[in-house]
Design a protein around this ligand. Structure first.
Ligand SMILES: Cc1ncc(COP(=O)(O)O)c(C=O)c1O
Length: 396
C-alpha cells in the first residue's frame, strides 16, 4: 500500500498497513533495517544522492527504511504531509520549537505543560535569545494579549498533563495565524485516535511515541508532523545535522505498537471511564477530572474537538500529600510510575515527581494540589483495577 493510497482507509486499517515498504523478500511483518549506512552502486551514484539528484538512503541519522515506515504510518494516521521521527518525545518537542525560532524571536505557550516541556520553553530557549510568555491556555484573551511582533509560534498540549484540562485548539490556532505565528500541539494525551489537531488548524503536531504508541513500556520515541514545507523548512535539516534521530530498532517496535494502538486505547479508555464513574462519588475524592464526563470544565470543547475520552483519570484525594502517599503505597496491582499510556495501570503523584520543579504557587495555579494523582488505566480487567483502587482508598 503506497503512502498516497493510505488515506482512504480508516484509522484502524492505517495503523496496521500504512507506510509499509516491502523488501524483495516479501516479508509480512515490517523489516528491521538495523543499519547505520548504505552502499552505492558507483561513486557517481554517491555524489548524486548527496546532491539529492537520485532517490535513496545515505545514512541512518538522516533516514532509514524502518524509520520511514513509522513516519509514513503516522503521516497517514494524522492526515499530515510529512513527519520526522525522533529519539524521544522531548527531542520532538525541542526540535519542533527550536527549528522555527532564531535569537530575538518569541514563543507563547500554555502554562499547563509536561515539566520538561516547560523547562524547554522557560529555561532552555531563553539561553539562545528566544523569549517566552506563559499563559493560562484556557483563557483566549491571554493568548491574544501575549502576542508580540516577533512571536513565531504558539505551543500547547491538550488534554494537559496532568490535570486533563482541554484547550480550544481551533480558537488558539486562529489567534496564532492572525499574528503570523504557527501552532504546535503536543497530542500525547489524546492519541491520534481521539484528536486530530490538523483538522482544527494546528501547523505541527508532536508526540512522545513512548506513551500510547509503544504502550508496552519498551522503548522511547517521538515524532514531529506537519506540511511538507513545514518539515522541510524547519525540521528536516536540524535533525539531519544535529542528530536527535530515532533508532531503527525503536521504529520497528513502535510500528508493532501502532498495529494494536486502537484496540489498546479503546479498551484502556473504557476502563478509565468506568473508574471515573465509580470514583467521582467516592467520599475520599475531593475532585475528579475526566474528559468525556459532562462535569468536565471544558465538556463543550471536548464534544467538538475530541472523538473519545482518555486513558487517564485525574483525581484529588482528601487529606493532601500524606493521604495520596498512603493511597499509592496501598495499591497492589496499579504500579507507582511517572509513565503513562502503558498496558500496565500506573499511578503518578505529579506534585512530587513530574511537576516537583514547579513552585507550590505555580502548582496551585495549575490545579496540581498535594492530594492530586494521575491514573493511567492499563489493559488489566477493569474490575481488578477498580478493586485495587477502592481497597487502597481505605488506607488514604
Ligand atoms: C505531554 C508530554 N509531552 C512530552 C513528553 C516527553 O516524552 P519522552 O518521555 O518520550 O521524551 C511527555 C512524557 O511524559 C509527556 O507526557
Amino acid at each position: 500500500m503506497p503512502a498516497s493510497a493510505d488515506r482512504k482507509y480508516r484509522p484502524e486499517t492505517q495503523l496496521v498497513h500504512a507506510g509499509t515498504l516491502r523488501s524483495q523478500f516479501g516479508e509480512t511483518s515490517e523489516a528491521l533495517f538495523l543499519t547505520q549506512g548504505y552502499v552505492y552502486e558507483s561513486a557517481l551514484s554517491a555524489e548524486k544522492r548527496f546532491k539529492n539528484e537520485e532517490p535513496g538512503y545515505q545514512y541512518s541519522r538522516f533516514s532509514n527504511p524502518t524509520v520511514t515506515m513509522f513516519e509514513q504510518r503516522m503521516v497517514a494516521l494524522e492526515g499530515a504531509e510529512a513527519a520526522r521521527a525522533t529519539a524521544t518525545g522531548m527531542a520532538a518537542v525541542t526540535t519542533a520549537l527550536m527549528g522555527q525560532v532564531r535569537a530575538g524571536d518569541h514563543i507563547v505557550s500554555s502554562k499547563a505543560l509536561f515539566g520538561s516541556c516547560l523547562y524547554v520553553v522557560e529555561e532552555h530557549l531563553p539561553r539562545y535569545g528566544v523569549s517566552s510568555t506563559l499563559v493560562d491556555g484556557r483563557d483566549l484573551d491571554q493568548w491574544r494579549k501575549a502576542v508580540r511582533p516577533n512571536t513565531k509560534t504558539f505551543f500547547l498540549e491538550s488534554p494537559t498533563n496532568p490535570t486533563l484540562e482541554v484547550l480550544d485548539i481551533k480558537a488558539i490556532a486562529d489567534i496564532a495565524h492572525a499574528a503570523g505565528a504557527t501552532l504546535v500541539v503536543d497530542n500525547v494525551f489524546s492519541t491520534p485516535l481521539f484528536q486530530r489537531p490538523f483538522e482544527h488548524g494546528a501547523d505541527c503536531v508532536v508526540y512522545s511515541a513512548t506513551k500510547h504508541i509503544d504502550g508496552q513500556g519498551r522503548c522511547l520515541g517521538g515524532v514531529i508532523l506537519g506540511s511538507a514545507k513545514f518539515i522541510q523548512d524547519n525540521i528536516h535539516t536540524l535533525i539531519r545535522q544535529t542528530g536527535p534521530s530515532m533508532s531503527p530498532f525503536n521504529a520497528w517496535v513502535l510500528l508493532k505498537g501502532l498495529e494494536t494502538l486502537a484496540v489498546r486505547v479503546r479498551r484502556q479508555t473504557d476502563s478509565a471511564a468506568t473508574v471515573a464513574v465509580a470514583l467521582a462519588e467516592h467520599p475520599k475524592i475531593a475532585r475528579l477530572m475526566y474528559p468525556g464526563r459532562p462535569d468536565h470544565p471544558q465538556a463543550e470543547i471536548v464534544q467538538r474537538q475530541m472523538r473519545g475520552g482518555s486513558t487517564l483519570v485525574g483525581f484529588e484525594i482528601k487529606g493532601g500529600k500524606a493521604a495520596a502517599f498512603r493511597f499509592q503505597d496501598a495499591l497492589k496491582l496499579v504500579r507507582i510510575s511517572n509513565n503513562l499510556g502503558d498496558a500496565k495501570s500506573l499511578i503518578t503523584h505529579p506534585a512530587t515527581t513530574t511537576h516537583q520543579r514547579l513552585t507550590p504557587a505555580q502548582r496551585a495555579e495549575l490545579g496540581i494540589s498535594d492530594g492530586f494523582v494521575r491514573l493511567s488505566c492499563g489493559l488489566e480487567h477493569p474490575d481488578d483495577i477498580m478493586d485495587d483502587l477502592l481497597n487502597a482508598l481505605k488506607a488514604a
